[in-house]
Design a binder for this molecule. Structure first.
Ligand code: COA
Length: 144
């Protein structure tokens, strides 16, 4: 068995609370802001998933369902675990969740720097782009 397969064997993806997402959101995305900065106003209405590796949550993502459309937000993997495929495992899982929930589409506000990454998951860029805090974003979506 390859090392890559072995390293994936101890992971699992579970539903978590919004509170459990906060430390990773904070560390990865906005470490210099107060913890409250990474809370979303509608966190209580979201579904939150975590990838657990050796009893530690290392990657998180939050889903918000509105009128049959699912938006994912605050997707983050702990820095020392990035680039090992864990985020992709989590994203693939939540795409399956969207399909099981008969969503019409899944979408996100993607940093333009992540466009190619999301295209690997059959997400397509839309014409809708915007800039926030000097970061360029594009709305990406996958229709089901
Ligand atoms: C975006 C993010 C959540 C992805 O999580 P991740 O766990 O690093 O995701 P993966 O490891 O599956 O993929 C990351 C890269 O590693 C590559 N990769 C995946 N498995 C790999 C492996 N076994 N070996 C080497 N590279 C691998 C992927 O192809 C991908 O490359 P790309 O960015 O050039 O397309 C993570 O980078 C992150 O937290 N970023 C900061 C927060 C952020 O930007 N969030 C998204 C806002 S739109």
């Amino acid at each position: 068995m390859s090392n890559l397969l072995l390293s994936y064997m101890s992971h699992k993806i579970i539903e978590i609370t919004s509170q459990q997402t906060l430390p990773i959101r904070h560390q990865v995305m906005w470490p210099n802001k107060p913890l409250d900065f990474v809370k979303l106003i509608n966190d209580d209405n979201g579904l939150h998933y975590g990838l657990v590796l050796n009893n530690e949550i290392i990657s998180v993502i939050s889903l918000f369902i509105d009128d049959g459309e699912i938006q994912f937000r605050k997707f983050a993997t702990l820095t020392n675990h990035q680039g090992k495929g864990y985020g992709s495992l989590l994203l693939n899982e939540i795409i399956q969740v969207a399909i099981k929930k008969s969503a019409s589409k899944i979408w996100c506000n993607a940093r333009v720097s992540k466009l190619k990454y999301y295209q690997k998951f059959q997400m397509m860029p839309t014409d809708h782009t915007f800039v926030t805090g000097e970061i360029d974003y594009v709305i990406m979506e996958r229709l089901f």
